[in-house]
Design a protein around this ligand. Structure first.
Ligand code: SAH
Ligand code: SF4
Length: 362
């Protein structure tokens, strides 16, 4: 038995084990993927849940160095969906039995915005019979705002930590209060206190990032007892400050393989959480999301943003599916998932089993 096989037979994974798994060669990584698929089947089943993704607005007050819709990028055409457009997209999700929505925006925290979201949540619930599970991804807000949105019926919140290494975090963000690592951690704790299913994640293949950093990211996510994770490859965007480091990046294919390994290892570490196969995987490999599902992911986010706006929500370069109509996305993903051998949990919200287990433990 070689070293990797030995590690995969163990009950828990130590930091050094994770580092070795992240370095696994082509043969060895297939063993890792097989093990992750086995764990997925046993703990969460071979089912994939849809979250209809609404990219509601690309207006953002922040200036993260990696992101194409940062406030300082004046080459982006800014848009903001109307309430009716958001509700119509939500109805599409409901009519098509997606059972869950994810609404994502740039970070805005003024009162008009937070109240708008509360009203929208109420409207969506009343027009879809309260049957949709709603995830929000709107950055750092006060605990009071998180609470208000929770009371209006948002049940999950996604806030990626981006990198759990403070030095790396500081290289990715301006050095000011709006981009503070501790504040981000505090937001995740606040989300937990309020009662959300809490999601986080990191970018993989960032400039300056090491394999050790990635191993620590996984252990941090485990220690935080997170319910859902979305993590994917970093993809450079030419209109961002981080672009100047593009020559030090791993080749795309290696970033992709590293992202798959991260998903597989996380599935082994945290057996009952929800893990998304992020769209960024597909920006690199046409079969990216299917491959994510095969190695442990159980959530995908079909884009249901009205086509007119999709091209403007460009966090990174080469974003896939920007020209597809909403129905095309559905049919395409359906066919793709069937090819993996998993079934789609139509009509099921697919809440995090980890959350249920966490709550029952009190
Ligand atoms: N404004 C919110 C939600 C939108 S950004 C927030 O920041 O939380 C959603 C995610 O897109 C970010 O968390 C980040 O991980 C990812 N992202 C941004 N730029 C990216 C890039 N260049 N490559 C890959 N992912 C990126
Ligand atoms: Fe804004 Fe989020 Fe992009 Fe940062 S990652 S610039 S908060 S949209």
């Amino acid at each position: 038995m070689n070293v990797i096989e030995g590690i995969l037979q163990k009950d828990g994974l130590a930091r050094q084990d994770i580092i070795l798994l992240l370095q696994a060669n082509a043969d060895e990584r297939n063993k890792l993927y097989a093990k992750a698929a086995e764990v997925k089947e046993k703990y969460v089943g071979r089912k994939v849940y849809f979250r209809g993704l609404i990219e509601m607005s690309n207006i953002c007050s922040k200036n993260c160095f990696y992101c194409g819709i940062r406030a300082g990028n004046f080459n982006t055409h800014r848009y903001n969906l109307s309430d009716d457009e958001v509700v119509e997209a939500a109805r599409y999700a409901w009519d098509n039995k997606y059972a869950s929505l994810a609404i994502q925006t740039g970070e805005v925290s003024n009162r008009a915005f937070t109240e708008r979201i509360s009203n929208l949540l109420n409207r969506i619930h009343s027009e879809t019979n309260g049957e949709l599970g709603i995830t929000l991804s709107m950055g750092e807000q006060t605990e009071e705002t998180y609470k208000k949105w929770f009371e209006c019926g948002a049940s999950r919140y996604l806030l990626r930590i981006e990198s759990t290494n403070r030095d790396l975090y500081a290289k990715l963000h301006p050095n000011n209060k709006a981009h503070d690592f501790d504040k981000r951690v505090e937001c995740l704790n606040a989300l937990k206190r309020v009662g959300y299913q809490v999601g986080t994640g990191v970018m993989i293949g960032l400039p300056f990032q090491t394999i050790e950093n990635l191993a620590d990211d996984l252990l941090w996510i485990q220690k935080m007892d997170i319910d859902m994770v979305g993590m994917g490859p970093y993809i450079e965007h030419p209109d961002t400050p981080l672009y100047k480091f593009k020559d030090m990046l791993l080749p795309m294919e290696e970033r992709f393989n590293l992202a798959l390994k991260m998903i597989a290892i996380l599935r082994i570490l945290m057996k009952d959480i929800n893990i998304a196969a992020p769209t960024a995987l597909q920006a690199i490999d046409k079969l990216g999301r299917e491959k994510g599902i095969k190695v442990g992911a159980n959530v995908v986010m079909p884009n249901i943003t009205p086509g007119l706006y999709r091209n403007d929500y460009k966090l990174y370069d080469n974003k896939p599916c920007v020209d597809d109509a909403v129905d095309d996305c559905k049919n395409c993903l359906e066919a793709r998932i069937q090819l993996t051998g998993d079934t789609i949990g139509y009509g099921e919200q697919g809440n995090s089993k980890h959350y249920a287990n966490r709550m029952s433990k009190g």
